[in-house]
Design a protein around this ligand. Structure first.
Ligand SMILES: Cc1ncc(COP(=O)(O)O)c(C=O)c1O
Length: 461
């Protein structure tokens, strides 16, 4: 199909993130124009059920007037004010207070930024700063995990454990290490139980800390459920075992709640569902239901005390973004948190999760599906050329993107992570819409199966 005028303009003007810049010149983008509820509409008026809540973020859907009003009111009152050099504003203060109230662990202060990447960058800088303040300048290495996703800035992309974020970007930077990924289906040994696999992950973390030297390891960072690495739900006992290792070697634990925070797993923060208590927390995305960019780092008292120590020594805390705690973003986030509480959004998500998970896991019987996995209102469907041997498809055949193309043609947006199809709808999705989502996904799976058979991609039966 020839590209439309808007598609051509997009191709000629924009670098689209996470897009194959070469093939994109021929395919062009899907151009969206408006949204309502859990649906978005393209420029031809065709509706799509937004099965990914944008990028795991539009928790309240696409037409929340209260959020629009909150932004407009704040824009009229004070469209910008910063938090630098001892200045403050009401929305920033109130939002920090509200976050402290709902935090799953004792939080002393909140530092605001604009994105998940900036939150994780800030975490890393503050941990280095803290350990300098505490007189342990060698304790600086940060351990992340293979397949983790923590963002794309130089520090956060280094924490990310995915090849495409490293290759030819000359990353990761020094002092960032990656330990094993807690994905039982892919990485467990033959016959290894989930429990034994979780134990091995913890042992491997301990071995890495000992190899590097505990005096050099500052922190461990993890998402409760790994999102952009392929929706990976760890074994039940994984985090308690990992936390014991962190505690043993005085390793600070950062929970990256950029996807799992704010109800995605049915609780306010993912660490509660996964049964661990981090030292600090990164937030973004659903903090404002993505209506405006805002992220944050929720820090404990010991880290705050270190900022005071360093301020006494240096004269200031030399970190912050022009838009840290932007008053309009903060006002929208305050309203978002108010709606979450008033409308019991997390509880409703938790109530709808069994239906979502049931429909997700029913897909496991499909000939193309190797594994289905999920928790709360997030799910992943891993495609496989051979169910029994778990053989993946040749990545060059782009089976996942093919399926996503069929889904899109059928009015459903989901995302391919290689051959894992990720699903993460707005938290306000209704039971009938959950059914519609999975009905459409099942049709796309069948179409992909027919295509894959034609291409002879499946292992012989
Ligand atoms: C767990 C996690 N951390 C950090 C990020 C980076 O956030 P951003 O894209 O806002 O920089 C993401 C983005 O998807 C994420 O999923």
């Amino acid at each position: 199909m020839p590209l439309t005028n808007l598609q051509t303009r997009a191709v000629e003007t924009l670098v689209h993130p996470y897009t194959n810049q070469a093939t994109f010149r021929d395919t062009g983008p899907l151009v969206l124009e408006r949204g309502k509820g859990v649906y978005v509409y393209d420029t031809e008026g065709k509706p799509y059920l937004e099965g990914m809540a944008g990028l795991w973020c539009t928790a309240l859907g696409y037409d929340n007037e209260e959020l629009v009003e909150a932004a407009a009111a704040q824009m009229r009152k004070l469209p910008f004010a910063h938090l630098f050099t001892a200045k403050s504003h009401d929305p920033g203060i109130e939002l920090a207070e509200k976050l402290k109230e709902i935090a799953p662990v004792p939080i002393s202060k909140v530092f605001f930024c604009n994105s998940g990447s900036e939150a994780n960058d800030s975490q890393m800088k503050m941990i280095w700063y803290m350990n300098n303040a505490l007189g342990r300048p060698n304790k600086k290495k940060i351990i992340s995990r293979v397949k983790a996703y923590h963002g794309v800035t130089i520090a956060s992309a280094s924490l990310t454990g995915l090849p495409n974020n490293h290759i030819d970007f000359d990353l990761p930077i020094a002092r960032v290490l990656h330990t094993s990924c807690p994905h039982h289906y892919r990485f467990a040994k033959d016959g290894e139980s989930e429990e034994d696999f979780a134990t091995r992950c913890a042992v491997e973390l301990e071995e890495l800390i000992l190899k590097e030297g505990p005096d050099t390891v500052a922190a461990f960072i993890a998402e409760p459920v790994m999102g952009a690495g392929g929706v990976i739900v760890p074994p039940k006992t994984y985090f308690p075992k990992i936390m014991a290792v962190c505690a043993k070697y005085d390793v600070f634990m950062i929970s990256d709640e950029v996807i799992c925070g704010f109800g995605r797993l049915g609780t306010a923060f993912g660490c509660t569902t996964l049964n661990y208590k981090p030292n600090s927390i990164s937030i973004a995305k659903a903090l404002s239901s993505a209506y405006l960019p805002i992220g944050g780092v929720m820090i404990p008292e010991e880290m705050y005390q270190a900022l005071i120590t360093e301020s006494k020594k240096i004269g200031t805390f030399g970190h912050g973004f022009t838009y840290s705690g932007h008053p309009v973003s903060a006002a929208v986030a305050i309203k978002t948190l108010e709606i979450y509480k008033r409308d019991r959004i997390f509880e409703t998500a938790a109530k709808n999760a069994p239906q979502f998970q049931k429909r997700l896991h029913a897909l496991a019987n499909h000939p193309l599906v190797g594994e289905t996995r999920g928790l709360g209102l997030v799910g992943g469907v891993e495609l496989s050329a051979d169910k029994r041997s778990k053989t993946p498809f040749d990545p060059k055949k782009l089976v996942g993107p093919k399926l996503v193309g069929f889904a899109q043609a059928g009015g459903l947006i989901v995302r391919p992570i290689g051959d894992v199809i990720s699903i993460c709808p707005p938290l306000v999705i209704k039971p009938a819409e959950i059914d519609e989502l999975f009905d459409k996904l099942a049709v796309a799976l069948d179409k992909t199966l027919d295509w894959a058979k034609g291409e002879q991609l499946l292992a012989a039966a």
